[in-house]
Design a binder for this molecule. Structure first.
Ligand code: IPM
Ligand code: MG
Length: 359
């Protein structure tokens, strides 16, 4: 049976990194006879330019049809001036919400070959294997009421609402515990329950969920302390589960522990395991069009997609091994370059992964 993958290259470096990821996907599709069919769509700034909105109806319809979605990156200065509800980011938030992709998996794994690229001492990060599970369709990102209003005294006031229902907390909690079961069996829930009621409930529900997983250890940490611990002793964590905004912030910090955000894939899953896969990094307008972007995060997102949604763990392993092999060969895009290695561009890096796959 054929499986449909919707490809959304997005903006700035998005199309550059996607071209490499698609080469890799097409290669394993053939090697492993996966029967994957690719379709292409517009999201973000590219969609605004072509159709005036960041998430066009036909893209959403294709997304609903697809088994999995592969996304490059959206947004950038070109669309800074468009109205707030039409910004490229709105397209990303809308597709997450429309498809109910509530479970965002952001692994931070340090490739031993890249220990020197981390800004932390190698001994602090060597062997790092951390998974952040971020709630992606609720919390302050989506809470109503929200807006900017004018008060009676004429002053303007911006406001947002941080809220989580029990069922929202429970489903992300269960996902985190299920994932922990396949790892080191430790979940650390991140909240701000010393200040925010929404996260008092978060903590209570996590405790309830934990009762169904006696084999998994649950701990709690305040988000400020979590930020500190991440840069002080990151290897103490196995799975961290948290809300939308805290997860956004902590996952950028965690990514950098590994040397470059250009290495990290992510998955956003719905309740049935269908999902959207994208690199953790953004559209990098500063280097767009220069052939310098690191395509590995997107290539590794293809591997995650094969493993989590398309039931092809063998092909996923194969891609991850190929990535490891090119790092062994000393090939580095500028973001992970260090002395004594070989500097390559986006296309060369993609070609090297392809060659490793075919070897
Ligand atoms: C991310 C990004 C997005 C987010 C932006 C682009 C809306 O930072 O995926 O982490 O905040 O979720
Ligand atoms: Mg972010």
């Amino acid at each position: 049976m054929s499986k449909k993958v919707l490809v959304l290259p997005g903006d700035y470096i998005g199309p550059e990194i996607m071209a490499e990821a698609v080469k890799v996907l097409e290669a394993v599709n053939e090697q492993f006879d996966l029967g994957i069919e690719l379709t292409y769509g517009l999201l973000g700034g590219a969609a605004i330019d072509a159709q005036g909105v960041p998430l066009p109806d036909d893209t959403l319809a294709m997304a609903k049809e697809a088994d999995a979605i592969l996304l490059g990156a959206v947004g950038g200065p070109k669309w800074d001036k468009v109205e707030r509800h039409l910004r490229p980011e709105k397209g990303l938030l809308a597709i997450r919400s429309e498809l109910q992709l509530f479970g965002n998996l952001r692994p931070a794994i340090l490739y031993p070959q890249l220990a020197d690229a981390s800004s932390l001492k190698p001994e602090l990060v060597a062997g790092l294997d951390l998974l952040i599970v971020r709630e992606l369709t609720g919390g302050i990102y989506f809470g109503e009421p929200r807006g900017i209003r004018t008060l009676e005294n004429g002053e303007r006031e911006g406001y947002n609402t941080y809220k989580y229902s029990e069922s929202e907390i429970r489903r992300i909690g269960r996902l985190a515990f299920e994932l922990a079961r396949k790892r080191d069996k430790r979940v650390c829930s991140v909240d701000k329950s010393n200040v925010l009621e929404a996260t008092v409930l978060w903590r209570e529900v996590m405790e309830e969920v934990a009762k169904d997983y006696p084999d998994v250890e649950l701990s709690h940490i305040y988000v400020d302390n979590a930020a500190m611990q991440l840069v002080m002793r990151p290897k103490q964590f196995d799975v961290m589960v948290t809300g939308n905004m805290f997860g956004d912030i902590l996952s950028d910090a965690a990514a950098m522990l590994t040397g470059s955000i250009g290495m990290l894939p992510s998955a956003s899953l719905d309740k049935d395991g269908r999902g959207m896969y994208e690199p953790c990094h953004g559209s990098a307008p500063d280097i767009a069009g220069e052939g310098k972007a690191n395509p590995l995060a997107t290539i590794l997102s293809v591997a995650m997609m094969l493993r989590y949604t398309l039931d092809s763990a063998g092909a996923a392993d194969r891609i991850e091994q190929a990535v490891s092999k090119v790092l062994d060969q000393g090939l580095r895009t500028p973001d992970i370059y260090s002395e004594g290695t070989t500097l390559v561009g986006t296309i060369e890096m993609g070609d090297a992964v392809l060659a490793a796959l075919n070897a």
